[in-house]
Design a protein. Structure first.
Length: 447
């Protein structure tokens, strides 16, 4: 059984490759969505082959509970190619239901559960390896006497619990989640099987949901569970959701299961500290973003330059980050730019990326805001906007991951009291208007 907090890096697009290779020794495993694996198997095999340890495939079966429009392409004239490729690996009955627009009921899924579990298990265990064999990586690994990449966990098919579900619906979907877990467990040999719970955050206020969580896990202790709460950040979610979230963590503790946040920010990392009682056992993050994520796909907004402000452990719009630096004297003309850069390294961020960008001149900080103009069609004609350059997006992402490496080191090496003190001190100094929110969070989860 894995004992230390699991540091996971989640792959999203081909643009992430360079960062994945760069940080291959800083994370325990990489996690891929099944649709990406199905669509880009060869590229995924390349990444897996250079990563030092293991990978995880998220089977994403919850997406088939969405309306068909959520998995359609931009033109809405067909299902996304990546989803179609994944569906080719799944039972034909499931594909027929999706393609016909009928959607999936609990009864229909239950009728095909054996086939679905077997297809998903085979996909997670074998799909990447077939590309490794085609590229003859397996021969090289065998020659080098190194075991090939393999899943850190196998995740069974799982289904989300929506806020509009009745008590009977919640019970039915949770029974399917447990049935899926137990059937996958029967198929496995030595693989670790981890369940996944995906919920709207309103379920944190639903007593019946907690009852079903207890029913699911009371007799399957020492199980890892990936937890995804829709668009959730425990720092800012509000008092009632914070209480519900802590209740969920307490319930996992009582059932002796190990929750891993599927999309989590610094709040999740703190809860991985060894001194926390009702804790998390790992966190997954994307390259430069993804600390919280909505379950149902929505259109993205206009791209803007963002910078991860390490003392606050938050991604801020560049202008907000620059204003905090300005308010704290980092652009004071009475002090040399070189001295400002030294102060920045001592107090804000000393990562390799910041040193390469800023060098000995704090004015170089503006590189994180490099942008190019573009036009969009508005109601009254073209509208001019700016978007981050490829360079600005890349250095911001690398800075973000350097910050994550720094944060993980602190989580592992500091006490929970030190972490809480540091958090309070940073918010008191750099964002005092949010100090009360952070102070209350520390009292609830850490003190």
């Amino acid at each position: 059984m894995i004992k230390t907090p699991i540091k996971l890096l989640r792959y999203n697009t081909g643009n992430d490759k360079k960062a994945f290779v760069k940080f291959k020794n800083d994370f325990d495993a990489v996690i891929f969505n099944a649709t990406i694996v199905a669509y880009s198997g060869s590229s995924i095999a390349d990444l897996v082959s250079v990563h030092k340890n293991q990978y995880i495939i998220d089977p994403q079966t919850y997406i088939f509970q969405h309306s068909v429009s959520a998995i359609q392409n931009k033109e809405k004239n067909g299902i996304k190619k990546s989803v179609v490729k994944y569906m080719e690996q799944l039972p034909r009955e499931l594909c027929n239901a999706i393609e016909s627009g009928k959607g999936l009921t609990q009864e229909y899924i239950s009728s095909m559960m054996d086939d679905l579990v077997q297809c998903v298990y085979k996909f997670e265990m074998d799909f990447v390896n077939q590309f490794l064999s085609e590229k003859e990586y397996d021969k090289y690994l065998k020659y080098a006497g190194v075991s090939g990449p393999h899943p850190m966990f196998v995740i069974p098919p799982y289904f989300m619990i929506k806020k509009e579900y009745s008590k009977n619906d919640i019970s039915s979907w949770m029974r399917l989640n447990k049935e899926s877990y137990l059937k996958t467990k029967q198929l496995s040999t030595n693989e670790l099987i981890a369940s996944q719970i995906v919920i709207d955050k309103e379920l944190l206020l639903n007593d019946h949901f907690f009852k079903e969580i207890k029913n699911m896990f009371k007799d399957i202790p020492e199980t890892y569970v990936f937890l995804w709460i829709d668009d959730f950040d425990s720092f800012s979610c509000g008092e009632e959701y914070q209480i519900g979230y802590k209740k969920l963590l307490e319930l996992f503790y009582e059932c002796n299961v190990y929750p891993v946040m599927a999309y989590g920010g610094y709040d999740s990392l703190v809860l991985c500290n060894k001194n926390i009682k009702y804790k998390l056992y790992g966190v997954a993050q994307s390259v430069g973003y993804g600390e919280k994520r909505q379950i149902t796909p929505v259109g993205g907004g206009l791209p803007v330059n963002k910078y991860y402000f390490l003392p606050l452990h938050a991604r801020l719009k560049f202008g907000e980050a620059a204003q905090i630096l300005r308010d704290n004297g980092y652009f004071d003309l009475r002090i040399t730019n070189k001295q400002h850069s030294i102060d920045y390294y001592n107090n804000i961020c000393n990562c390799k990326q910041c040193r390469e960008v800023i060098k000995n001149d704090i004015d170089n900080f503006v590189a994180y805001n490099e942008s190019v103009p573009f036009s969009i069609n508005g109601k009254n004609g073209p509208v001019n906007r700016n978007r981050p350059t490829t360079y600005a997006s890349f250095i911001s992402a690398i800075h973000f991951l350097n910050c994550k490496v720094n944060e993980w080191e602190s989580i592992i090496n500091k006490s929970k009291d030190q972490l809480a003190d540091d958090l309070r001190e940073s918010y008191r100094k750099y964002l005092p208007m949010e100090f009360g929110t952070i102070d209350n969070w520390c009292k609830k989860y850490v003190d």
